[in-house]
Design a protein. Structure first.
Lengths: 261, 526
């Protein structure tokens, strides 16, 4: 299955309209990160965002999640302004950010804290389903400190998905993992996204690894240096699962590198 | 008395007190450098020095003041009390600095030591070029808490009555106490304001520049700093908390660091003479104590004092005292947890409250004790309430600062996870704040309890000239104070041994385990 057969519509699941954002520096100076930035995340799309390091990719993810408020401009989620974080949008950070004092199961259940209609047993059941999905069944009562880096990322993924979000935002999720673990985790995320009966509908991934983006995404948006603008976008029309060895694959990689430089 | 005369009096008293503090601090630094470096460099010395320091830091300082006083009067009847006061202040300042030096030297990266060895640096060059610079940041960050601690005891040691004999040193503690006892509120407030101003000036002109200066002496922090001594962490944390909060929140214009470089020979003479003076003073003092107390008569008097105390009575007194300090800690926790969370969540509150609390916290609570005592007695309020208030003054700030520090240690991503899942209010407190705060909370309570034991000695009973504050109910601090008033030295020593022993047992059996448990529970052990 590829993006085409899932019927990507032009309608936006999440839209950033004319976003402006800057960080305050010490002496009252401002560091302009975004100036009038607009982009769309479509339904059932796997969107990649590439950009030079330090261009504000992580800030962008936080704005999309509602964790940071833009100075001006709006973030529209399903056509409505996004005022605060919602369980419908899940975030996977660069660092798994698991709570060390909770077990794997409790960490995942934390994302269900607002599901008032679920009983405790139902929550445990649901969390287990998602732990199973990321291949961690049998580790429910382990503590994060006892897990390897790849397993921690899987717990973070299960925690992000258990509330069945429409949108999964990922901030360099594979950068702290060894290459082999990263390969298998990428496969899992791709498979989950392709399965229409499972969340999430759309995925946004921010990365500086261009090959990773070409392997996973339907579309890659390339950002410029500060103040950030969209340098261009590349539609990737390749059969899934994609092989990194094909000539076409490298044509896309080169195209993105050209936009970056 | 005219206003001008009062001001002159207050300033003169402040000068005397500050001079005592400064001399004690310099001796503390010299002592810490000697002991800390030796302990860090020599393994045999480490095994002796560290446990001895552990015992010394758990003895309530005020209880051995009368003993020290007698010992120093033996040296000289007029200078003696002055030396005793300096000695007492020294004992309240030295231990955390000594641990800081020990740790700073111990954590010198091994490559630096290897380079110095391959360059063939002599012991003296290594001391000047490596050990002292390595210890300098730790000394600088430990000076503010040491100064606050010293101020706390300064007030208590300027004025003492042992049996029939009374000593009164001229200083801000005696002056402000006599103001409040004679009901001269204006003058009392003026003296407090002077202390406050002096503390702020000390911070701006000495402590902060020192800490800025020490920035350049810092080695790269090593990833795994494994504490070898369990209480090293709490002690180190106090220094760090003071350093971080002060530097972070007080944005004052950069004070130019003195570009002064003393000639090496002068430095050497200075170092040797400070070391010689401190060693001879401590040596003479120890000699005079031991030569007296090891006589058979003194020993049998001590045994007899133990017999007088019995077995049940000290336990009852300790129980009451423990109850008072625990209650004070609970009250402190009740207000500190919400305030710490508020400070953490609202940046503007942090900018206002932290510097304010810092200044209030470094203000010696002992200066307020006469005021509280007089107020409680005059208003006919329960005496135990007064004791609770006094202990609270000596404990609450540690807890608050530790809690704020604990909240600041929360990785921003954990906070974002909570926000992303809409975890707020009480569930955020339960799932994120409390677990993250827990080890800091235990450390804060441990340090606060230490402060509490010291405050007990004055909070349960204190003699202020003709005015006697006494809670009435049993208490170990009250017993100590009674022994001092009666001039009963054997009884005083016996009570001190009971108290110090109890504190050590409590630390080992309760606090240490609780701390380890908290670390284990929260899984944040590195």
């Amino acid at each position: 299955m590829n993006g085409e057969s899932l019927g990507i519509s032009e309608e936006a699941l999440l839209e950033l309209r004319n976003i402006t954002f800057s960080y305050k520096l010490r002496k009252g100076e401002k560091l302009q990160v975004f100036n009038d930035l607009s982009l769309k995340v479509r339904y059932a799309e796997f969107l990649g965002i590439a950009g030079p390091s330090g261009c504000g990719k992580s800030t962008l993810i936080r704005i999309m999640a509602g964790l940071l408020k833009p100075e001006s401009g709006v973030v529209l989620f399903r056509g409505k302004p996004l005022e605060r974080p919602t369980p419908r949008i899940a975030v996977m950070f660069q660092n798994p950010a698991l709570f060390p004092w909770y077990t794997v199961l409790e960490n995942v259940m934390l994302a269900l804290i607002h599901e008032k209609e679920l009983s405790r047993e139902e929550k445990i059941e649901r969390a287990k389903v998602f732990l199973d999905m990321v291949g961690l069944i049998g580790f429910e009562s382990a503590y994060p400190a006892e897990l390897s880096g790849g397993m921690k990322s899987r717990v973070a993924l299960a925690r992000a998905l258990v509330s069945q979000p429409d949108l999964l935002l990922m901030d360099e999720p594979f950068s702290n993992l060894d290459p082999l673990t990263a390969i298998s985790l990428r496969r899992e995320i791709e498979t989950l996204w392709q399965n229409q009966s499972l969340p999430p509908s759309s995925v946004v991934i921010v990365s500086h690894d261009i090959e990773e983006l070409v392997e996973l995404c339907d579309r890659v948006i390339v950002l410029t240096q500060r103040p950030v603008k969209v340098a261009g976008e590349v539609k990737i029309d390749l059969e899934r699962p994609r092989s990194r060895r094909s000539e076409e694959f490298y044509r896309y990689v080169d195209e993105i590198y050209t936009l970056l430089s | 008395m005219s206003f001008g005369a009062v001001i002159i009096d207050v300033l003169a008293a402040l000068g005397f007190s500050w001079a005592r503090m400064t001399i004690a601090l310099l001796i503390s630094i010299a002592f810490s450098l000697c002991v800390g470096i030796i302990a860090a460099v020599n393994e045999l010395a480490e095994r002796i020095i560290i446990p001895v320091l552990d015992v010394l830091q758990s003895i309530p300082i005020l209880s051995f003041f009368p003993i020290a006083l007698y010992a120093f009067i033996a040296i000289h009847p007029i200078i003696g009390p002055e030396l005793a006061a300096i000695f007492l202040i020294f004992t309240s300042q030295a231990w955390n600095i000594a641990f800081g030096v020990y740790e700073g030297v111990r954590l010198i990266p091994s490559d630096i030591m290897e380079v110095s060895r391959s360059l063939g640096l002599s012991g003296w060059r290594r001391l000047i070029g490596i050990y002292i610079p390595a210890a300098f940041p730790r000394i600088a960050s430990n000076i503010p808490p040491s100064w606050a601690n010293g101020l706390y005891f300064l007030v208590a040691c300027e004025m003492i009555t042992i049996g029939e004999r009374k000593w009164k040193l001229f200083g801000i503690g005696t002056l402000s106490t006599s103001y409040i006892l004679s009901g001269r509120i204006m003058e009392f407030v003026l003296s407090l304001a002077a202390v406050m101003a002096a503390i702020i000036l000390m911070n701006l002109l000495v402590f902060i520049p020192l800490m800025r200066l020490s920035e350049r002496y810092k080695f790269e922090e090593r990833a795994a700093e494994v504490p070898r001594v369990w209480f090293e962490k709490p002690l180190k944390a106090i220094g760090r908390i003071f350093a971080r909060i002060k530097l972070g929140s007080l944005r004052i214009p950069r004070v130019p660091s003195p570009g002064l470089r003393l000639p090496e020979r002068l430095l050497r003479i200075l170092a040797i003479s400070i070391a010689a003076i401190s060693i001879s003073v401590v040596g003479y003092w120890l000699y005079s104590i031991f030569s007296e107390s090891f006589s058979p008569e003194a020993f049998s008097a001590l045994l007899e004092a133990f017999a007088r105390l019995g077995l049940v009575n000290p336990l009852i007194m300790l129980g009451f005292s423990l109850l008072r300090t625990s209650l004070a800690i609970i009250v402190a926790l009740l207000w500190c947890i919400p305030v710490a969370v508020l400070i953490y969540e609202h940046k503007f509150l942090e900018n206002i409250l932290i510097p304010l609390f810092q200044i209030i916290a470094s203000f010696p609570a002992t200066l307020m004790l006469p005021l509280i005592a007089k107020f409680i007695v005059d208003a006919r309020l329960p005496l135990e309430l007064g004791a609770l208030l006094m202990i609270l003054l000596g404990t609450q700030w540690y807890i608050l600062f530790f809690l704020v520090d604990g909240l600041r240690s929360i990785p921003s991503e954990e906070d974002e996870v909570c926000r992303a899942f809409g975890i707020t209010g009480f569930s955020k407190l339960r799932h994120l704040y409390l677990p993250r705060m827990l080890p800091y909370l235990v450390m804060g309570c441990l340090v606060a309890m230490g402060g509490g034991w010291n405050t007990l000695v004055v909070a349960e009973r204190i003699v202020l000239e003709d005015f006697i504050w006494d809670v009435g109910n049993p208490g170990i601090g009250r017993m100590l104070s009674i022994a001092v008033s009666e001039g009963d030295i054997p009884l005083l020593i016996a009570t001190t041994i009971w108290m110090a022993g109890f504190i050590m047992v409590l630390n080992r059996l309760f606090w240490r385990r609780l701390y380890e448990k908290a670390i284990e529970l929260t899984g944040v052990a590195r």
